[in-house]
Write a protein that binds this ligand. Structure first.
Ligand code: ATP
Length: 283
């Protein structure tokens, strides 16, 4: 990873390694999120994305490596989904008060921030998928987070719902100045919402800055205006090759398999724009 002044890091991990059932899941992963930055982690199924998130938020201990958090760092975590028993009456307002009590004004403000004002009395079971995920986001906002962490928070949403969700996240970042760490398979959308994209395949395969380079009619035809018709590409810097493509992408590719030496990614001047929309991660 490139050198950064340490003072701006919200969270920084160095040489994280973890094995599960004797198999390496993460291999010497360096990672950081700076204040005000949106970083997205992409990678094939089983590439260690959720494991990395769990370690970063402190829910899981690595076998080796370190995680350093800014002093007093507040993390707001948005999970993929949450099961709530449909037979249990749970209005949105009460859900937001769990597990910590938050005042009515704070709850109303959090709901307004995600565009769901006036939904406090609505039962959670009556929400659409997109509304449900926004409520989870509102709950994370009640933490007044310095860092928002979203682990595939738009899984199951359609393209417009996904795009709308990420626009809210971008807006929150702009207004709150928080850092955002996302895991996503919604490459078309998320690339355009990210400052930096990290491709994980057991190790950091590549990373770079997304660049919106085109406004393709074919893309508009496929995805409508939900993504504002943009085609997002990102710069892809490699220091190694894979048998099965630049990122070793393949469904359930063994973590780290065929990925070459797990060295920190170095740019050595052959960065290229690579369209990821057509890859196996394209959700
Ligand atoms: N509790 C566990 N016990 C054993 N192996 C585990 C456990 N949790 C995860 N793994 C394994 O670790 C690897 C990485 O899992 P992880 O959930 O981090 O991947 P992911 O990139 O988030 O995948 P996906 O995109 O499918 O959500 C997988 O091979 C998975 O089977």
């Amino acid at each position: 990873m490139p050198a950064h002044p340490d003072t701006t890091a919200l969270i920084e991990a160095r040489t994280l390694s973890l094995a599960r059932s004797g198999r390496p899941v993460l291999d010497r992963v360096d990672f950081r999120v700076d204040r005000g930055e949106i970083v997205t982690v992409v990678g094939p199924n089983g590439s260690g994305k959720s494991t990395l998130i769990q370690i970063l938020i402190g829910a899981l201990a690595p076998d080796a490596g370190t995680v350093r958090r800014a002093p007093g760092l507040r993390i707001g975590y948005v999970p993929q989904s949450l099961h709530i028993d449909a037979t249990m009456p749970m209005p949105v307002g009460r859900f937001l008060a769990l597990p910590q009590r938050h005042g009515r004004a704070a709850r109303a403000e959090a709901l307004a921030q995600v565009g769901l004002q006036d939904l406090e009395a609505q039962p959670m079971s009556a929400l659409s998928g997109g509304q449900f995920q926004r409520v989870l986001l509102a709950r994370a906002l009640l933490m007044r987070p310095d860092l928002l962490v979203l682990d595939e928070a738009t899984r199951g949403l359609d393209q417009p719902g996904t795009a709308a969700f990420y626009r809210i996240v971008e807006d929150l970042r702009a207004r709150m100045g928080c850092g955002v760490l996302m895991v996503s398979h919604d490459l078309h959308v998320v690339m355009s919402a990210s400052d930096r994209v990290v491709c994980l395949n057991g190790h950091i395969c590549c990373h770079g800055t997304p660049e919106i380079v085109a406004s393709a009619p074919e893309y508009r035809a496929l995805f409508g205006v939900g993504t504002q018709g943009t085609l997002a590409l990102y710069r892809h810097d490699h220091d190694h090759d894979h048998d099965d493509g630049p990122c070793g992408h393949g469904p359930d590719a063994p973590a780290g398999a065929g990925a070459g030496p797990a060295a920190p990614v170095r740019s050595h001047g052959h960065g290229h724009n690579r369209q990821h929309g057509a890859g196996p991660d394209a959700g």
